[in-house]
Design a binder for this molecule. Structure first.
Ligand SMILES: [Fe+2]
Length: 193
């Protein structure tokens, strides 16, 4: 379903449960915001898995276009929040405990996921616009490689990072000046607080 591009409040209602926005995340506690991010990533993985399962003949073009439109913006917003809020909260929570886990690897995975997602976005746009799926086995392999990796990343953060950020005394930076629109590109702009 396409959302009216002129409806500036569209993303603040029902969409909020499935979309990410910096405003929506800013209203949540760190742990809850992280859960919201993970849920959205897992939902994208499920969408990509459905596409991979339907290649080449039964793939739904509209689904490809919708995922292509949301994949990169969702990852950018998620990575920005995790790297500026979640990881500092985690590092503060474990400081001096001897159980510190470097977030460098997770930050590196964010970079590789974003690069991979950029490649997939182009492929999904081609398919969505009716292009013939050349080498469907290769496309399927790429899709599965991406969502398998993303699911592992989310599982790791859920197991090792999320349980600790709830107890962190970290105060998230004021992100009101960093308001961003809905990654689903429904036209809604996050309101400045
Ligand atoms: Fe992450």
């Amino acid at each position: 379903m396409w959302i009216n591009q002129n409806d500036a409040t569209a993303c603040l209602g029902p969409c909020e449960s499935s979309c990410l926005s910096s405003e929506a995340l800013g209203r949540l506690g760190v742990a809850e915001a992280m859960m919201r991010i993970h849920d959205r990533k897992i939902a994208i993985c499920a969408e990509l898995e459905t596409i991979a399962d339907c290649l080449p003949a039964n793939v739904d073009h509209m689904t490809c276009l919708q995922v292509a439109a949301t994949l990169l913006p969702t990852l950018r917003l998620a990575h920005d929040y995790e790297e500026t809020v979640v990881f500092p909260a985690y590092e503060k929570a474990v400081a001096g405990s001897g159980r510190a886990l470097s977030t460098d690897r997770l930050r590196g995975e964010h970079i590789s996921d974003a690069c991979f997602a950029a490649d997939l976005t182009g492929i999904l746009l081609d398919i969505g616009h009716g292009g013939m799926v050349r080498q469907p086995e290769t496309v399927g392999f790429m899709l599965r490689g991406f969502f398998d990796s993303l699911r592992r990343h989310v599982a790791f953060e859920r197991e090792h990072v999320a349980p600790l950020v709830s107890y962190s005394a970290f105060t998230p930076p004021n992100r009101s000046s960093d308001a961003r629109g809905c990654p689903r590109q429904c036209g809604a702009l996050a309101r400045s607080v």
